[in-house]
Design a protein around this ligand. Structure first.
Ligand SMILES: Nc1ccn([C@H]2C[C@H](O)[C@@H](COP(=O)(O)OP(=O)(O)OP(=O)(O)O)O2)c(=O)n1
Length: 444
C-alpha cells in the first residue's frame, strides 16, 4: 500500500513503456539522465564559470558527486536504523535509488551563472511583475511542465517519492515570508502528494533531508579542492593563524544570523572559527608527506578523507520541535555540533576566498549585465514574440493563458547554459569584430 503511494505519479497518462519490466525508480533515473535539462547542467556554473577550466566543478559534475554520496549514505543508514526497515510511514523511508534520482535533479532549476543568475532573475521579475524566481521552485517547473518525454507533454512525471525527495523547502514560495519553496502552480501537486502521505506541515521527507545534507557535504569539500587548485587557498600554511582570514570568516558568520549551527552567543566565535580550521587542517601535513609532497594527490586525498568523515557522521535523530525525524551529523546519539560547524566554516572559507575573489565577482557583474539585458529584450510580449524560438511560443500558446508571459520568459532565460546566454547576448549587443552571430543550424 505504502509502496504504491511512493511510486504513484501525478500525471501518468500515457506510459509508452508500460509493458516493460523496469522498476519505477529505474524509469525515473532514465528520464532524468536522458533529459536535455540534465545535459545542460554541464554548461552551468558551480562557482567558477562553466568552461573556465576543465578540472573545476560544473553543476553537472557536482550533481553526480551528490548522487554518489547520497546513494551510499542511504544504503548505510538503511542497515543501521531498524525503523527504516519497518516502512511505517512513506516519508520516513530511505531508498538509495530515490535519493540518487533526487540528487541528480536537485540543481536542474539553476539559471546560467549559478546563484548570481538566480538572484538577478529574481530581482528583475519581482520589480517588473511581482513574480519570484528561485532555483528550488524552478526544479518543479522543469520536472512537471517544461521537460518533455516520449508519450507525454507533462514534464518527466516522476514518482511521488522522487518529487518529494527534491522538496527541501516544503512551502509555497508565494506565501508571505517565504523566500524559498515551490511556485503555487506546482505546489498544488506537491501538496496533494504530501497530504496523501500524511506529511506534517513544514517537514521534509528523510530522503529530501539526506539529499540536502549530501549536497552540503559535496560542495563544502569540493569547493575547497577547486579553490586550492585555482591557487585561491593556500593549504600548506596555518590557515587558522591567519588573522585576516579568520576575521573575514567571522564577518561572514555575523552576516548570516539565521544560521542555527552558528549560535555564536553560545561560543566564542573567534575560538570556534580557529578550532574548526585547525580541525580541518590537522591532517594536511601528514597527508602531504604520505603523498610524496605532491600537491594534487594531497588535495584529492584531503578532500576524500573529509567526505568520508562527514559521511560517517550522518545519522538520524528525533526532532522534539516537530515530532518528526532529522537527518544530521550525530555523535553519541546527539547532534555533532563540532562537525556541523566545521562544515559551515568550510562553506564560509570558500565564500571569502573564492566567491568574493575579484575575478569571480567580475564574472558575477558580467552575469548581472547579461541576464538584465536578456530580460529587457524578451520581456515585452510584442518584441518577445518576434525573437523567441517558435517552439517556446507554441508551448506558451498551448497553456491558453494559464502561464504568465513573464514566467515563460524567465523559464527560457533560466534554461540557458552560461555559454548560450553569452551567445544570445552577443547577438543583440556586441558590436564590431566581436559580434558573434548565431548560426542558422544552431538549435535554440
Ligand atoms: N553567491 C553564491 C552562492 C553559492 N555559490 C556556490 C557555492 C556552492 O558550490 C554552491 C551552493 O549552491 P547550492 O544551490 O547547492 O546552495 P544551497 O543548497 O545552499 O542553496 P539552496 O538552499 O538555495 O538550494 O554554489 C556561489 O558560487 N555563489
Amino acid at each position: 500500500m505504502q509502496l504504491n503511494v511512493r511510486k504513484m505519479r501525478l500525471f501518468d497518462h500515457e506510459n509508452i513503456h508500460s509493458s516493460d519490466d523496469r522498476d519505477e525508480y529505474e524509469k525515473d533515473y532514465a528520464r532524468l539522465i536522458q533529459s536535455p535539462a540534465f545535459r545542460r547542467l554541464q554548461g552551468k556554473s558551480q562557482v567558477f564559470g562553466a568552461g573556465s577550466g576543465d578540472y573545476y566543478r560544473t553543476r553537472l559534475t557536482h550533481s553526480l558527486e551528490v548522487s554518489q554520496i547520497a546513494r551510499e549514505v542511504a544504503r548505510k543508514l538503511g542497515k543501521s536504523y531498524a525503523f527504516l526497515a519497518k516502512k511505517e510511514h512513506p516519508g520516513l523511508m530511505l531508498d538509495p535509488e530515490v535519493v540518487e534520482c533526487a540528487s541528480l535533479a536537485h540543481d536542474l532549476g539553476h539559471p546560467p551563472f549559478g546563484h548570481k543568475g538566480e538572484e538577478v532573475l529574481n530581482e528583475l521579475l519581482q520589480a517588473d511583475c511581482g513574480l519570484k524566481y528561485e532555483g528550488n521552485a524552478q526544479n518543479y517547473r522543469i520536472l512537471m511542465f517544461l521537460e518533455k518525454r516520449a508519450g507525454s507533454d507533462s514534464g518527466l512525471d516522476l514518482t511521488a517519492a522522487v518529487l518529494l525527495a527534491i522538496n527541501k523547502y516544503p512551502f509555497c514560495i508565494e506565501d508571505p515570508g517565504k523566500l524559498k519553496g515551490v511556485y503555487s502552480m506546482e505546489w498544488e501537486g506537491i501538496q496533494s502528494l504530501r497530504q496523501k502521505w500524511g506529511m506534517p506541515e513544514g517537514c521534509a521527507t528523510l530522503e529530501a533531508q539526506l539529499m540536502d545534507l549530501c549536497d552540503d557535504i559535496a560542495y563544502s569539500t569540493h569547493d575547497i579542492e577547486d579553490g586550492i587548485r585555482a591557487g585561491k587557498i593556500q593549504m600548506n600554511t596555518n590557515l587558522f593563524e591567519d588573522d585576516r582570514l579568520v576575521a573575514n570568516v567571522m564577518q561572514e558568520i555575523e552576516n548570516d544570523p539565521g544560521n542555527e549551527v552558528m549560535r555564536w552567543d553560545e561560543v566564542d566565535l573567534k575560538q570556534m572559527v580557529k578550532q574548526a580550521l585547525h580541525h580541518y587542517l590537522q591532517q594536511w601535513e601528514s597527508i602531504y608527506v604520505e603523498c610524496g609532497r605532491e600537491p594534487s594527490r594531497t588535495r584529492r586525498e584531503m578532500k576524500a578523507r573529509w567526505v568520508r568523515k562527514f559521511v560517517s557522521g550522518v545519522g538520524i535523530i528525533d526532532d522534539p520541535a516537530t515530532g518528526w525525524k532529522r537527518v544530521t551529523f550525530i555523535r553519541d546519539g546527539v547532534q555533532d555540533m563540532e562537525l556541523l560547524r566545521t562544515m559551515e566554516i568550510l562553506k564560509k572559507l570558500a565564500w571569502v576566498t573564492l566567491i568574493k575573489d575579484f575575478r569571480v565577482q567580475r564574472l558575477h557583474k558580467r552575469s548581472e549585465i547579461i541576464i538584465t539585458r536578456l530580460w529587457d529584450s524578451f520581456k515585452d510580449p510584442d518584441m518577445g514574440r518576434l525573437i523567441l524560438p517558435p517552439d517556446w511560443l507554441e508551448s506558451y500558446e498551448r497553456q491558453k493563458g494559464k502561464w504568465r508571459w513573464e514566467r515563460m520568459v524567465s523559464d527560457y532565460i533560466a534554461g540557458m547554459t552560461d555559454a548560450y546566454a553569452e551567445k544570445v547576448y552577443a547577438e543583440f549587443y556586441a558590436s564590431g569584430s566581436g559580434t558573434k552571430w548565431g548560426s542558422l543550424y544552431d538549435r535554440d
